[in-house]
Design a protein around this ligand. Structure first.
Ligand SMILES: [Zn+2]
Length: 506
């Protein structure tokens, strides 16, 4: 989400990464009074130490590290992927994927469940789901082999289920091999051909998480992220036609690129590969990170500006939240605004026209913020989407406010969400009305995160909060319940009343 507001808060616009306007409202001065009343009520309810409602108050909190222990939501499996990818000169792909899955749950498994998103964009599935594509994907499975035994499988929408001949007990491992061919759709989401570029997102079978005695696999949706994986290890080898540039989650990709190569990356939720036709490349070194911007139009000045703002934001996030885990960050100015480990895409919002430069830069900052909130601190984006979207927006706004030295415009933030129905921000994606989820997941959640710091140290305290949150939860998965537990401890709250308006305690 990008944020724009003028002085004295006459206009406030919340834009999601999807370009959705959350609210455009006029703000009146009496809101300051109203908010003061609310905050005073909060004071009496929570016993929090206030600092007269300014964002420059003294720090009132700290975390007692001897009595607080973070709890990670377990993934239920630990997975290693070995993927071999071959692309022909006409854009046909062959994949061999060997996947080693360790059962880290307490149950024995009789089947394995994967997300296989390429199937969403075939002619048959996309028509069934009423999703219109310019060109559908083609997909053909050649084999599915479990422990060297060919197995029958079922593929329904993006759910790939592989039955097991003998069950896999807790602590046991199983090796599955997939072999398949595909072409990319045009007009797809993330997994798509865009202009002359190939965006390989979610192109391999991705092992679902396993929790509460079940595979945690929800229905695919075209809005939001409906897939969720544990931190995994990857080995990828590739063979692509000459004339293309390979940019991926790997920190070792070079420009000009090679047509054959391989990389390994550990402890990431997924890998993304972009195979790019004649990009214009701007490289900028930010301390320990090489930032590469790939553009496709005659807009070198804009790409340079993007590299500068990306460098500045990355530096701010590293300093104020924690280290970025790679030595390279790729920014592809093509396709839907989207985050992947070590690489982001940003140009448009759900196939709308390209973003104008100011919003494009904010989208880039938002996607970079996801490197921390999604990439390093994980959450289930179906059941707790706000934990990466709301935090990515919150961090983006922190960066913006830290650079402009203006007061945090709390009252205009509250005004922006005042007309929303009083729903929590942490409902599963299917429980929001069509088209309304972003107002809560991005808009209301980031505003409510800000509200925690109004009167409790403002921007500086928010930075400290994120720093400690990072230290506790890096490479762990957080849910709403754990966020509340952490925050209550951090601010020494006596109860969860500060969350009542916006978080459903699950
Ligand atoms: Zn986002």
């Amino acid at each position: 989400m990008a944020v724009a507001y003028s002085k004295h808060t006459t206009l406030y616009i919340l834009n999601t990464k999807c370009g959705m306007k959350v609210g455009v409202v006029k703000v009146y001065k009496y809101l300051y009074f109203l908010i003061s009343v609310i905050l005073l009520t909060c004071y009496f309810l929570t016993g929090c130490e206030m600092d007269k409602g300014t964002s420059k108050g003294k720090v009132t909190s700290s975390l007692d590290r001897t009595s607080f222990f973070p709890r990670s939501v377990p993934a239920g499996n630990y997975t290693k992927y070995d993927i071999n990818l071959k692309m022909s000169s006409v854009g046909e792909f062959e994949v061999d994927a060997n996947i080693n899955i360790k059962n880290t749950s307490e149950d024995a498994w009789n089947e394995l469940v994967f997300y296989f998103i390429p199937n969403i964009f075939t002619k048959a599935t996309s028509e069934k789901l009423n999703y219109s594509l310019d060109v559908p994907a083609r997909l053909q499975f050649k084999k599915v082999v479990v422990e060297k035994i060919p197995m029958k499988y079922t593929l329904n929408k993006d759910k790939l289920t592989v039955p097991l001949k003998s069950s896999i007990g807790p602590g046991d491992e199983v090796k599955v091999e997939f072999s398949y061919e595909f072409t990319l759709p045009e007009g797809g989401l993330r997994f798509t051909k865009s202009n002359e570029n190939y965006h390989l997102a979610q192109f391999y079978p991705m092992v679902a998480t396993y929790r509460n005695h079940n595979w945690n696999k929800e229905e695919y949706r075209f809005r939001g992220e409906t897939y969720h994986n544990g931190f995994s290890n990857f080995k990828v080898s590739y063979d692509i036609p000459k004339g293309y540039t390979f940019a991926s989650t790997s920190e070792n990709d070079v420009y000009p690129g090679k047509s054959m190569g391989s990389f390994e990356v550990n402890n990431v939720k997924e890998v993304f590969i972009a195979i790019l036709k004649d990009p214009k490349v701007i490289q900028k070194q930010e301390e320990n990170v090489n930032i590469r911007v790939f553009g496709f139009e005659d807009k070198e000045d804009l790409y340079k500006e993007i590299s500068e703002v990306a460098s500045d934001a990355l530096s701010y996030f590293q300093k104020n939240i924690g280290p970025y885990p790679f030595s390279q960050l790729d920014i592809v100015i093509d396709g839907l605004g989207m985050e992947y480990p070590g690489i982001v895409t940003a140009n448009s919002i759900y196939n709308n026209k390209p973003l104008e430069p100011k919003l494009l830069k904010k989208t880039v900052i938002h996607e970079i913020a996801h490197q921390w909130f999604y990439g390093i601190i994980s959450n289930d984006p179906y059941h707790d989407a706000w934990l990466d979207e709301g935090f990515a927006d919150f961090a983006t706004e922190l960066y913006i406010h830290s650079t402009n030295n203006e007061e945090v415009p709390y009252s205009s933030m509250y005004a922006a969400i005042q007309n929303l129905d009083p729903l929590p921000v942490n409902l599963p994606l299917d429980e929001y009305e069509e088209g309304k989820q972003s107002s809560y997941i991005y808009g209301k959640s980031s505003v409510m995160l800000w509200s925690l710091f109004e009167g409790r140290g403002g921007l500086k305290e928010a930075e400290k909060f994120l720093r400690i949150y990072y230290q506790y939860y890096q490479f762990k998965e957080v849910d709403s319940k754990e966020f509340i537990r952490f925050t209550e401890h951090y601010f020494r709250l006596n109860d969860d009343s500060v969350f009542a308006e916006w978080l459903l305690v699950k």
